[in-house]
Design a protein around this ligand. Structure first.
Ligand SMILES: *Cc1c(COP(=O)(O)O)cnc(C)c1O
Length: 413
């Protein structure tokens, strides 16, 4: 067996990973154009309008609303759909806080569904089990560029008269059964933060599905203080509370240029991710990142799982050995399921010593505890993230595979 780099052997990775330039002349030209408009306000300028139009076209939809973040997009979707105090919203325990924040700001109650052990996405069955008469919406997280079983989830949602919001912050241009995720439910939400497939620094997009002008107006207004700009004059006397989540023209200028790159970025990640699966699938002791039949995953990250019983060292030590090979690896994505974080465990979502909205005010006392979603908990104890990137060269790919194989084989019992 080849000597590991961590033991003084030659590292599998002989050159550093290739990092390409994410921003260039196109972004710069758009920024200049935005500034020359002499306004950076979305309603007066053209950049935000163009961004929304282009994004809606890319997805084959009619309406899109731009916001200040992915978190804002999900909050806007909830607000537009009328989610309010005491409503239950089902979502995933393995996700970014952005999936949850809007739910709580609407005084609604997050309920967590369990996941498929290998796609790491919410299962239709677990969602259906969590539906009560108070459930109003499902925020379906398509994790890491990978589609949840969204056709089945939408079917269940329709049966129970529940809205579907798709959280696509990590999942641009992911085709499922010939149709992009983000277009299956009522609303699709996207993020332009700096760590996603494409970046405008921060920013978000709300995709309204179907030809639903009324829902579009509601989302548009909810992202802008509920001001109504659709009549003859601006109406500032609002019927209910909404935040200011407006996008500005500089953000839109960068986002617009980034949209030209997103299909290509996702395609490359799809190719390298699938090839990684092909290369790793027969290594004993690990299971690869599963993609559903009919899905083209855009791998925002690649997450495999180990069977700890089959290795002589811990997951952290496996990661360390991979990193010594120059092959990036880490102990997965988040450390604990969202519902075990302090604000849920200690029931302190809001300041001032209240346990609202978990306290039964709305008729159901809610507790979050270990064991709520056993599969999600198991995933987080055994997952490892490894590198996949649109800037990969053939050498980056081959040396990544070599390093991972070396380490997993060496430490396998
Ligand atoms: C990044 C992310 C968000 C939030 O997006 P921001 O732009 O950071 O607010 C929401 N959901 C998921 C799944 C994410 O990965």
């Amino acid at each position: 067996m080849e000597k590991l780099a961590i033991h003084g052997g030659n590292p599998a990775k002989t050159v550093p990973y290739t990092y390409g330039k994410r921003f260039g002349d196109a972004e710069l030209a758009n920024l200049k154009e935005a500034l020359e408009q002499n306004t950076l306000f979305y309603w007066s300028g053209n950049m935000t309008k163009r961004l929304c139009k282009k994004f809606a076209e890319l997805y084959g939809e009619k309406y899109c609303v731009a916001t200040s973040s992915g978190t804002a997009s999900i909050h806007v979707a909830l607000g537009a759909l009328g989610i309010g105090p005491g409503d239950e919203v089902i979502t995933s325990p393995i996700t970014d806080k952005g999936s949850i924040i809007g739910i709580l700001y609407q005084n609604a109650i997050p309920v967590f569904a369990d996941l498929d052990p290998h796609t790491y996405n919410m299962t239709p069955q677990s969602i259906e089990e969590k539906i009560t008469e108070r459930t109003k919406a499902i925020v379906v997280v398509h994790l890491a560029g990978n589609a949840a079983e969204i056709d089945e989830i939408v079917r269940i949602a329709k049966k129970h008269n529940v809205y579907v919001i798709e959280d696509c912050a990590q999942t641009y241009c992911c085709e499922y059964k010939g149709k992009y995720v983000g277009t299956w439910g009522d609303i699709g939400c996207f993020s332009l933060n700096d760590f996603k497939h494409i970046s405008a620094g921060d920013g978000g997009l709300v995709l309204i599905n179907g030809d639903n002008e009324e829902l579009y107006h509601k989302a548009f207004m909810f992202a802008d203080k509920n001001y109504n700009r659709f009549g003859e004059e601006l109406v500032k006397n609002v019927p209910s509370l909404a935040p200011n989540y407006r996008m500005n023209e500089l953000t839109a200028a960068v986002g617009l240029a980034q949209l030209d790159k997103v299909v290509d970025i996702c395609k490359k990640r799809n190719i390298y991710g699938d090839r990684l699966t092909e290369a790793l699938k027969d290594i004993p002791g690990i299971s690869v990142h599963k993609v559903l039949d009919g899905c083209k995953c855009s791998y925002w990250f690649y997450m495999l799982r180990i069977n700890p019983d089959e290795f002589t060292v811990s997951r952290t030590e496996l990661s360390k050995a991979c990193n010594a090979e120059g092959t990036y690896a880490s102990d997965g994505y988040i450390r604990i399921p969202v519902y075990l974080e302090d604000m849920f465990k200690n029931r302190t979502a809001y300041l001032g010593g209240t346990e609202y909205p978990f306290d039964g005010t709305h008729g159901r006392y809610i507790e979050y505890k270990e064991g709520d979603c056993p599969v999600a908990e198991e995933i987080l104890k055994t997952c490892m993230n490894v590198s996949v990137d649109e800037f990969f060269t053939e050498q980056d790919f081959e040396e990544t595979v070599k390093g991972l194989k070396k380490v997993f084989t060496y430490y396998h019992k």
